[in-house]
Ligand binder design. Sequence first.
Ligand SMILES: [Zn+2]
Length: 496
Amino acid sequence: MSLYLKYRPFNFKNLVGQDHAITTLQNALKHNAMTHAYLFSGPRGTGKTSLARIVAKALNCTNLTSDFEPCNECEICDGINNGRLVDLIEIDAASNRGIDEIRELREKIVFAPSQARSKVYIIDEVHMLTKEAFNALLKTLEEPPSHAYFILATTEVHKIPETIISRCQQFNFKRINQSTIVKRLEEIAEQENVKADVEALNLIGKIANGGLRDAIGLFEQMTMDGVVQYEKVAENLGLGGQIHVEQFFQCLLQRKPLKAIEILNQINAQGHSLQQFTTDIIAYLREQMLINLTNSEEVQTVIGFIEIFSDAKIKITQAIIPQLALEIAVVKACNFGTSGNIESPEVKTEAKQVKVEKNVQKPEAVEIKPDKSSESDESAENKEISELDLNEFKENWQRIIDNIETPFVRMSFVDSEPVKFENGTLYLSFNSSTFMDKIANSSNQAVVQKAFETVLGNKINLKLETKKVSLNTVLKKDENVNDSNMAEMAKEVFGN
Ligand SMILES: [Zn+2]
């Protein structure tokens, strides 16, 4: 049995993160004031269907505890826990858009429950119902028999017709915060006798993005020989040092010293060697220098950085606080080439003699054409691709991200932003080529396309590019660097 199923919450008390819904529901149970239709909306993996089953048990349990919890022992509770109770009808609207199921529901709902006090209908992914199915459902919701209860669950509440919403009591499920997820993982680790370091659990919690189910799934995948280790998790998710190095370089170019220092803190806190990181930076800068060889201005900046960090690498070994040497280097690099130039290294002529290695050049753009041969979605609400515009993508961006089902694909996708929509192609700009490469991977493409299809009704032709901050632009933009830098720093420190 998967850990998620094993640790699935079985009563109100052990469902985490949705206190508002739970308090309201338990109060209704207490006062015998349950309504006949509920709508549970919110991100995936936050406990919607788990809570729906707990409600079904609470409505029917023959031995409800004094604090209105299902007993989980009586025949009814047991039947629900094992998926055997015929009076609990679960419909997955995603599997066949629900036409037959809703028809059957309408025919049978009038009959009294066979075992339990009430019939409970859980309709998962309810937004996938067709118009006809919604209409049929609406008729039932308008006059439900007294023995019937409905719990509709969805990640896409705005796709539910207003007429349906108005018939339901709605609970909006929140993303579960990272510390709650980590706490839950710690409990599971203890019970499973897994040795897990807290940084690994934090990383899993972060990637799960508020979804406890994903977090537990990742935890299970990342457990090797009874151990969950930060390095292994980062490695498995493809989050090696490379990402830090790239981010760090971007911070220097964009003159964001505080962000760069934050990365140093992170690396230090994770127990990585600052010395090694400095070596990685210098290697990366060398690569950048070779790529930009034809552009003398860009090369100058990169060489400036190389000298600053080579100097820092020597000083780290002698410094009382090793990190300080790197912090000074960050400040120098962020001021390099500006009017308030702290250090202006001479451009060494040897640089021109360096040979360009062939494998240095990385692909800068990737095009993804969706697989059009797959079944097309005939829903009336779907827009033609030609009707879409960039704003539509921007407005729906968070929803598209939320609908990416694989956590590390979702995490990689967060690195991008939509920048242009032209001739049916959406241009995405990535900060990091590592993340871009992840999305370009063919099996990950399918996961991304599915999210576009869920939200916009269409797969989208994508063009992926890495954000190339032009060194020139950065230099010119920063002529009055001091004031704007201070404002930028303040923003970083105090939040936007
Ligand atoms: Zn019971």
